[in-house]
Design a protein around this ligand. Structure first.
Ligand SMILES: [Zn+2]
Length: 113
């Protein structure tokens, strides 16, 4: 499942950061998941809770920040509402996605001795 490989990649990334900072454990993890990132937050949470046992994240709850999709016109730079046609109402240019497809490790609380 996609969410499981994502969690695995998250642990790799968290591990690298924790090691670089000399942390002994992780206290809290926060990720930002775009609405259009193709990730189910509930599944991600489940996968994380399943895998964090016996890792340095064992005691670190996961916070998931869901980011709504936002579209703008690349020409006029105006915001374009979702739910309608994704073209600029002023110039007809196809909208560009400016947020909502990201998967970002946003914040880590580390325990550093
Ligand atoms: Zn426009």
């Amino acid at each position: 499942m996609h969410e499981y490989s994502l969690v695995q990649a998250m642990f790799d990334q968290i591990g690298a950061v924790a090691q670089a900072r000399g942390a002994i454990s992780v206290r809290r993890v926060r990720v930002r998941i775009g609405q259009l990132a193709g990730v189910d937050p509930a599944l991600l949470q489940t996968a994380y809770d399943l895998f964090r046992v016996r890792t340095f994240c064992a005691d670190a709850p996961l916070d998931i920040d869901e980011v709504p999709a936002t579209w703008t016109c690349p020409v006029c730079h105006g915001d374009i509402a979702t739910g309608g046609p994704l073209v600029c109402p002023d110039c007809g240019t196809p909208a560009r996605l400016t947020a909502g497809d990201e998967i970002v490790l946003d914040r880590l609380e580390l325990e550093v001795p």
